[in-house]
Design a binder for this molecule. Sequence first.
Ligand code: NIG
Ligand code: FE
Length: 403
Amino acid sequence: MPITLWRDLRAATLAGDAAWGAIDNACLVVQGDRLAWVGPLPELPREWASRVNDEVHLHNAWVTPGLVDCHTHLVYGGTRAHEHELRLQGVSYEQIARAGGGIRSTVAATRHSIESHLLKHAQRRLAQLKADGVTTVEIKSGYGLDLAHERKMLRVARHLASHGVDVRSTYLALHAVPPEFDGNADGYTEAACQWLDTLHAEGLVDAVDAFCERIGFTPGQVTRLFQHAEGLGLPVKLHAEQLSDQGGAALAAEFGALSADHLEWLSEAGIQAMAQAGTVAVLLPGAYLTLKDTHLPPVAALRAAGVPMAVATDHNPGSSPALSLTLMMNLACTLFGLTPEEALRGCTHVAAKALGLHDRGRLQKGLRADFCAWDVEHPRELSYWLGHRPLLERVHAGRADGR
Ligand code: NIG
Ligand code: FE
């Protein structure tokens, strides 16, 4: 296997105790898709130095782990700009949903889209995320809401994995009640559990998700789904406490959920349950901003309780048409009070943990060679710019874009 030495760089490894895990005059030895050695160049062991086939000089650029966007709905038909306009006139997200718009309107557009069309549009969006340094992305289904169309979405998500990025696919089983089950959310929940069996057998599901909310599903319905997922050995995640406190985060924690996401209305009991279960809090400032929310997630209490905090785009056509994870880092700091270092950790190793991945998110020997080089004076600059993309190089599984 060829060995490449990346050198003349400063590394924000996010490993060890130092702030940012920073190493000056650092180098990375990449063998295949792994980091074989990380440290100061003068300390590079002779056995590695003598085996290097190729060298890349980065002119003192900062290198961080590749970014992980751990919550997206990247595959869908249509847009919802008309709803954005309605909200600007004072109609709420909840009112639009209750009137049959919202998620349901994207369901109609997604059902009407053929697979190749969904793929083409999702590829364009994915290209935007990659241009911002994303090397792993989670993609949820949930705009099909029947077996055939959920399968179509999950297949598109699997196809996207071949484009220089890792994809984790989440079956968002309980997102909204489709028209054919109007007034029968329990019946829909049962059907979704059966579809989960099929989709899982087809190898399309890495995790299972639901939307626990007044305009979504009840804790009882979510419990039914989670028990079914548990029976199949699949990890769960939950859209919880976005618009109201339903006790969703505590419920998710009871099932050892990888993450509970949104959390604007999270209670102290929910925080404690998450802390005990090791469930990651995924903060989604793009949705908070787009819905002009004013109820902040309890960041200080999460921090005090030791709940790891991730940050993601929640890219979707309704509540968060965001295609820049570094912009989300800025918003997480500006709106939610994260530190720039917390924001970077939230988009790297903590986001990986929210996906059940422990082989990435830090620059450390043995981990995946997923990293980015940035044209910045310091990594805090990654959460400073509003829309500037200082990416110089993106390396996924040891392979640099365009090299
Ligand atoms: O994460 N809250 C539920 N799901 C998405 C929004 C979906 C939509 O509005 O299309 C979210 O915000
Ligand atoms: Fe979401």
